[in-house]
Design a protein. Structure first.
Length: 187
């Protein structure tokens, strides 16, 4: 039975959304195709009507997530306050505690380095993130803006990864606070 194109597209989008969330929460190897399909309210069978493999789903879900993330930049003020708010939101307890809704780099970068199918989408996402950070926000003129954007992203991702990794909530909060302070002082 063939479904209308709009219904098929809606199902495809649901699969991508759920896959992206589950991958960020549990990693690529920590979630099965059956679990993703169940989360979308579909059975396992139609999966291969949408994707040739789990690896293809991984790559497309990353591209999908990246497009959504880059789209959020349009709502951020291109001021020093906007930059501080953006970095503050990134380095927040809320972001730390909800990896399924957060940054795909912080959630998946270590796994991505071992997954050839998704290295390309991550590379594109990171390049876009660098470009957006470079052009969206004002940067001090003592160093090139792109260099500062890369340094800020590296500190943000690293800080978030460290804050998620430790078992001591006070230390986790301290990491977030101190990385934020280092990135926003004198913005």
């Amino acid at each position: 039975m063939r479904y209308p194109a709009a219904e098929t597209a809606e199902k495809h989008e649901r699969i991508l959304d759920q896959a992206a969330k589950l991958f960020r929460e549990r990693g690529f190897s920590g979630v099965s195709v059956s679990e993703i399909m169940k989360a979308t309210g579909l059975t396992h069978g139609p999966f291969y009507n949408h994707f040739p493999s789990k690896e293809a789903l991984m790559a497309e879900s990353m591209q999908h997530t990246s497009q959504k993330a880059m789209g959020k930049f349009s709502a951020v003020e291109n001021t020093a306050d906007g930059k501080a708010d953006f970095i503050g939101s990134y380095l927040s307890a809320t972001h730390r505690d909800t990896p399924g809704d957060g940054c795909l780099i912080a959630a998946l970068a270590p796994e991505i380095s071992r997954e050839p199918a998704v290295r390309g989408p991550l590379t594109c996402h990171l390049a876009d993130f660098i470009d957006k950070m470079t052009s969206q926000f004002p940067w001090p003129e003592d160093k090139p803006a792109r260099q500062q954007a890369i340094q800020a992203i590296a500190a943000m991702v690293g800080g978030l990864v460290m804050a998620r990794a430790v078992s001591d909530e006070a230390l986790s909060d301290e990491i977030l606070h101190d990385v934020l302070a280092g990135l926003t002082k004198g913005s």
